[in-house]
Design a protein around this ligand. Sequence first.
Ligand SMILES: [Zn+2]
Length: 345
Amino acid sequence: MKKIQDCLRERILVIDGAMGTMIQRHKLTEADYRGERFKDWPSDLKGNNDLLSITQPHIIEGIHKEYLEAGADIIETNTFSSTVIAQADYGLQSIAYELNVASAKCARNAIDKFLTSPPTPLQGRGASPRFVAGAIGPLNKTLSLSPDVNNPGYRAVTFDEVVAAYYEQVSGLVDGGVDILLVETIFDTLNAKAAIFAIKKYFRDTKHEELPVMISGTITDASGRTLSGQTLEAFYTSIMHAKPLSVGLNCALGAAEMRSHIEELSTIAGCYTSAYPNAGLPNAMGEYDEHPHQTAGFIEEWARQGFVNIVGGCCGTTPDHIKHIADAVKNFQPRELPVVETELA
Ligand SMILES: [Zn+2]
């Protein structure tokens, strides 16, 4: 199979849109989340979207399939919170590894079925490969910031605990058959560094062939800083040692606010760049109103300017957004990797 590196040299690749938005459309009940296996579980499970990969795999597979049909080259596993740390909210720490394997398989199955089924009119790209990115979320606990305003030195979790949680997640994702590891929605660079450390350690320990790593941060305020206070350039400098396949931005402020940051990133990144914004800013109800043609309009301009190599959508985006984005970028050349000068020292 053609490698993702080969595809990235040829064209702008499209990553899928929001999983959560699509799950909401199914209006699932507590009983749906529990399925047969967890019907007597002592705490509420509704809202634990990652669990659906075990209890309702056909729904997750169906969502992946919709994104593939819309034109996504890369689909993300339903594993944003599949770590022992995040699953503690539901008392489900013991199934963290299993969640990752199950979600990777849902994505893998969706691609296998998609590529072997007869082409639909929406499927413009024939049998070009599709890739599964194992989604590694930021965690609900941060290493750089104290959750207790009266005790700034306090941390809810240690670096070693975060590494162990990510290590288990990576092993589940790789065992489930992902092609790429995607550390995403990074608001705390130290958490991301723990994820990178866990990934490198996993491949060193297992001697498994290293998978490409995509890294995507999120900017949470208009001044262009991450929540842990770094500028974009500082963030890039902090993670470039990982030699990622791509670095980029996702989520947060939407495409309009993201533009200047993507432009800046395109000038400093020695690797490929990615951008998958939310469908605008959420309204008072927490819903996203930006229409597919609007989101695609912003991203088309980034493609025309040569800022991007991988584009797609985050919160609030749907298969319709992804279809518009895929159509908007298909005739533009991908951003060329800059020639990085070697310092004479
Ligand atoms: Zn998002």
